[in-house]
Design a protein around this ligand. Structure first.
Ligand code: NAP
Ligand code: MG
Length: 484
């Protein structure tokens, strides 16, 4: 049986209760038994983090960096093992899981380097008085609660933990119930790197129990959450009561705009790559394609041909190009979203069904799906149906494309395919998103820059970039009169 990790010790929940985790590629296969952490367990984890905070935060940032560099080294040595675990739990294919581990390594390097640049006394500026010196000091907030989703179970937890830890915060990590093992693997890296007891703690189980305690416990000074807009909004309302700082990375309804002058082959490759990557369960997946009518039929035809080449199957099989979706509930939600889209008049150009042949009947497999003739007012064009579904929406011109693109409550990512410089730059100017791409897919990003969703996609100081550490710190300015 798997364990939770409190104050440097692996153990069971005080309740003794557990839940079973099942492989999304074969629901008859139990992949692990996990503790259902209670409020009491979570409080013990928060207390341990609180007790460890004083000495961890006082440690020189270069010393903290040494521990964390060691953890990244172990991460990289153990990459293949971690990738297999991600595939087993989440379903994504091995190549995608390896990509997730590599992304985590890059993010971790970035945060360690950034921490060495800004944590502690780090910035002096000229001041108006003679004989005076002033400098800014960045110091850690305290205990951080880290609440993560199942779609990138390793990288999301990692890219929150590294900035928190280098900043001098201690943490309690609560992963999604669907993917606790990938987070446990991360916690083991920190343990093996020798981080002192209590610096990193780990509780599994329900968000509404363990997660809720993290959000409402006044000893927790920062909540970094990635997940749905619905849960993020509720967390923010509760955290407000104790003035707890929140960082909310939430859902998206990302669009790629394709203009008539675009390189259609390249556009289709990009759209299908990130529309179906991780079975469309990427926060930055392309779920809408907004295309000028002049090239609508041609684009649809290319998309359907591209989709026919895909091989859906078990993620550990090297021939597979798309794995299952992550769990039974997820599969039901996606199929219900598809039914609703069809009822509202969307046309099925390709896919649209659960796959049960060739031994896939025990898993959560859905065909890569292309929906044509989708209109802005339809449910499928407005809500994040987190699965392998791309909605194609015809428009008359560039202006209408921008209007349709922005006509959603989300604002995570958008891209445009065109060679018209004026339109490309106007798109960047007008897109209400945190990530705007030209001739690139909607998931392109680098850890040096913030992952900053706007509207209902993001709230608070965002992850990554220079803001990743900013979130876990507060500012103090020292003024020194050295000549009276
Ligand atoms: P979710 O249902 O919102 O859950 C996210 C986490 O919150 C889980 O650990 C969950 O625990 C926990 N939780 C649930 N209720 C809670 C509560 N009342 N208090 C505290 N914590 C609670 O999201 P998901 O289904 O795991 O992930 C998919 C979503 O994540 C999508 O919307 C996707 O767009 C978004 N996402 C966004 C980004 C980004 O950077 N913007 C990146 C990746 C994913 P349980 O496991 O118990 O439910
Ligand atoms: Mg959920």
């Amino acid at each position: 049986m798997n364990k939770i990790f409190i104050d440097g010790k692996w153990g069971d929940s005080e309740s003794g209760q557990v839940y079973l985790h099942r492989n999304p590629a074969d629901l008859t296969r139990v992949t692990g038994t996990w503790p259902k952490s209670t409020v009491k367990d979570t409080r013990a984890a928060i207390d341990a983090a609180q007790n460890a905070f004083e000495s961890w935060s006082r440690l020189n940032v270069f010393k903290r960096a040494e521990y964390l560099k060691k953890a990244v080294q172990i991460m990289s040595d153990r990459g293949e093992e971690i990738a297999s675990l991600i595939t087993l739990e989440n379903g994504k294919i091995l190549a995608e899981a390896r990509g997730e581990v590599n992304a985590a390594i890059n993010e971790a390097h970035h945060h360690i380097a950034e921490g060495l640049r800004v944590v502690g006394p780090h910035e002096s500026r000229p001041v108006s008085q003679d004989g005076m010196l002033a400098f800014a000091i960045r110091r850690p907030l305290g205990v951080a609660g880290i609440i993560t989703p199942w779609n990138f179970p390793f990288n999301v937890a990692s890219r929150k933990m590294f900035p928190a830890l280098i900043a001098g915060c201690t943490g309690v990590l609560k992963p999604a119930q669907l993917t606790p093992g990938a987070s446990a693997a991360l916690v083991k890296l920190f343990e093996e790197a020798g981080l002192p007891p209590g610096v990193v703690n780990f509780v599994t189980g329900s968000g509404s129990v363990a997660g809720e305690e993290l959000v409402t416990n006044p000893a927790v000074k920062a909540i970094s959450f990635t997940g749905s807009t619905e849960v993020g909004t509720a967390i923010n309302a509760k955290a407000g009561a104790t003035m707890t700082r929140t960082q909310l990375e939430m859902g998206g309804k990302n669009a790629t705009v394709v203009l008539a002058d675009a390189n259609l082959e390249k556009a289709v490759e990009a759209i299908c790559l990130v529309g179906y990557l991780c079975s469309g369960q990427l926060c930055t997946s392309t779920s809408r394609v907004i295309v000028e009518k002049k090239v609508y039929d041609q684009l649809l035809d290319l998309m359907v041909r591209r989709v026919k080449k895909m091989v859906v199957g078990v993620g550990s099989d090297p021939k597979t190009t798309m794995g299952p979706v992550c769990g039974e509930q997820q599969m039901k939600d996606i199929l219900a979203g598809l039914e609703k889209a069809k009822r509202e008049g969307a046309r099925l150009a390709s896919g649209g069904n659960r796959l049960t042949g060739n031994g896939l009947d025990k898993g959560c497999f859905i065909e890569p799906t292309v929906l044509a003739d989708v209109r802005s007012e339809m449910f499928i064009a407005q809500e994040e149906v987190f699965g392998p579904i791309i909605s194609v929406m015809p428009v008359n011109d560039f202006d209408e494309a921008i209007e349709v693109m922005n006509n959603v409550k989300y604002g995570l990512s958008s891209s445009i395919y065109t060679n018209d410089m004026e339109k490309a730059l106007t798109f960047i100017e007008k897109a209400d998103v945190g990530l705007a791409h030209v001739n690139l897919h909607t998931a392109a990003r680098e850890p040096q820059f913030s992952l900053a969703g706007v509207k209902m996609s993001g709230f608070g100081i965002p992850e990554s970039g220079h803001t990743g550490i900013e979130f876990f710190t507060e500012h103090k300015v020292a003024y020194i009169k050295y000549r009276l």
